[in-house]
Design a protein around this ligand. Structure first.
Ligand SMILES: [Zn+2]
Length: 249
């Protein structure tokens, strides 16, 4: 089964520092049966509004790791549902161990009292686990452990919808786990913060070039680029994505 169509909107393709004026990581998948975000960094609600994505229509959010430029937009997504759209649709939040505690702590820090307020919509938390696939809202979600920071609960995410596979590295330095993560994907989205100086916890362009053929994906695009990568956009032999870009998968 390979004829399902999935539309990917690149809501945010930036790094944590806002390099190049790009928004924090957030990718929107629109498919028959649901709408999903992969990562939801702090600026994601702004990005969704720019792209015409209706926040209250999102069914599922998958978070690769618990850094602000990847999950910090969830309190705003909840806030929008509570006070702007009076959302009723169930929201499933999926991520590493500790997701619910971190989301609630962030929400309480930003809008005290928010978590205790009655909501018009249910939230369902699910945990990523490399040993188990999740079946959620018409999608199969798998994760692979990657290497970024001190936590071991940091993942690359693979989403399969009706035979279409989208893989996403999250933030990571090179690890051989990226090979099964991306193998056979119709689209792989790889972070590439640096150009040729390896930085702990991140990929750089030269390392990615070296391993490109091992990834086994039909199409590879790079995101989460830092200043040096952005200054070399016209010299790269790989496709990049920018905020607002749409890819039909
Ligand atoms: Zn990041």
């Amino acid at each position: 089964m390979d004829n399902t169509s999935v539309t990917l909107r690149c809501i945010g393709t930036g790094d944590a520092f806002g390099s190049g004026g790009r928004l924090h990581s957030c990718f929107h998948l629109d498919y028959q049966g649901g709408q999903m975000l992969i990562d939801c960094g702090c600026s994601s609600l702004i990005g969704m509004q720019r792209c015409g994505v209706i926040p209250a229509a999102i069914d599922t959010v998958v978070i690769s790791h618990l850094h602000g430029d990847h999950f910090g937009g969830i309190p705003y997504l909840l806030l929008e549902g509570m006070y702007a759209s009076q959302r009723t649709r169930r929201l499933t939040l999926i991520g590493p161990r500790g997701l619910q505690q971190r989301v609630e702590a962030a929400a309480e820090a930003l809008y005290p009292g928010m978590i205790g307020k009655k909501r018009s919509f249910p939230i369902n938390y699910r945990l990523l686990d490399p040993k188990n696939s999740l079946q959620v809202n018409g999608a199969q979600i798998d994760c692979f452990r990657v290497r970024h920071g001190r936590s071991q609960h940091v993942y690359g995410v693979r989403v399969e919808i009706g035979g279409k596979v989208i893989s996403y590295t999250g933030d990571t330095e090179w690890t051989d786990n990226l090979i099964p993560l991306t193998r056979g994907s119709h689209l792989a989205i790889a972070e590439c913060f640096a150009y040729d100086v390896p930085i702990p916890g991140h990929l750089d362009y030269q390392t990615l070039l070296q391993h490109h053929s091992q990834l086994g994906c039909r199409k590879l695009v790079i995101t989460h680029m830092g200043p040096e990568m952005l200054s070399r956009l016209d010299q790269l032999d790989m496709d990049t994505v920018s905020d607002g870009e749409i890819i039909e998968v």
